[in-house]
Design a protein around this ligand. Structure first.
Ligand code: AMP
Ligand code: MG
Length: 268
């Protein structure tokens, strides 16, 4: 059965209608791998034009539960890009200075300039996710943020920033497995954060908060994609495909060469 990646703006997302195990027509990693490799090559070529043209910026927002695959997606998909044209920004617990400003202050500063690709490892959506679930500010404060986020993203879109937002959707069982693996594998233990277990207990509250964020902030200029992410290889394939589709909608092309380029003589 097919599964949509996104919904028309204004429609409500019900996560129970999305299967994190979904792998489309593919059954095994091997089958999807060649398509993914081809996608990564195409992405590299598209980025080169984005950079050369310097007209558009691309902002990629990654959100997921802990162990949802944000780091892996950056490594395996965004690894296709030339590092010169990319800037990754992780959003952690806000510093004292950040908290002394409005919640978009630190975010706006990290928005990519034209020609660049910005990757947000977590984002302003934390301010309607963890902040809401953990009641870090009163409801009267966070409930206004959906509109504030939409206005902010509109501002960016009107100023040359193409926005694409991914929710890497894993199941609660898959998270348990990944956390256990982090706990048991020496090379992964550095990622094991006991605090993640507290968030896991609040899983259902997070899913409610995600459904609201996806539903209220899914716009034509900044769409949300729900990526079935239990299988890392399918996640990588789909994310790479959405990025290609997004970049191909822009009028990317190399800038015009200097006039009379053929008349120049290269000195011996
Ligand atoms: P990690 O991405 O695993 O390094 O963890 C970063 C942590 O910072 C996560 O637990 C996030 O929920 C938390 N975080 C990010 N943004 C905010 C925010 N605006 N308010 C509170 N916590 C945040
Ligand atoms: Mg956490």
């Amino acid at each position: 059965m097919a599964q949509p990646l996104t919904l028309p703006p204004g429609e409500r997302f019900h996560l129970k209608d999305f299967d994190p195990d979904f792998t489309g027509p593919y059954h095994k990693k091997k089958e999807a791998r060649e398509k993914t490799w081809a996608n990564l090559e195409r992405l590299n070529a598209l980025q080169e034009m984005l950079y050369a043209q310097g007209k558009h910026a691309l902002l990629i927002v990654l959100q997921a539960m802990d162990a949802g695959g944000k780091d892996g997606t950056i490594k395996h998909v965004m690894g296709a890009f030339n590092p010169q044209g990319v800037q990754v920004t992780p959003f952690k617990v806000p510093t004292e200075e950040e908290l002394a400003h409005d919640f978009l202050w630190r975010v706006h500063k990290a928005v990519p300039r034209r020609g660049m690709i910005g990757i947000f490892n977590r984002s302003h959506y934390e301010d309607v996710l963890v902040v809401r679930v953990r009641s870090l500010v009163p409801k009267a404060v966070w409930r206004k943020r959906y509109t504030q986020i939409n206005n902010f993203e509109r501002l960016l879109a009107d100023n040359g920033v193409t926005i694409v937002k991914f929710f890497l959707y894993i199941s609660k069982e898959e998270q348990a497995e990944r956390l256990r693996e982090r706990q048991e594998t020496p090379e992964k233990q550095w990622k094991f954060n006991p605090g993640d277990l507290d968030d896991r207990v609040l899983w259902d509250d997070y899913m409610d908060a995600f459904e609201d964020a996806l539903s209220k902030c899914n716009t034509r200029h900044a769409p949300w994609y729900v990526i079935p992410a239990n299988r890392k290889w399918y996640r990588n394939l789909v994310v790479s495909q959405v990025l290609i589709d997004t970049l191909e909608k822009l009028d990317l092309r190399y800038p015009d060469p200097p006039p009379d380029i053929e008349s120049f003589v290269i000195p011996e």
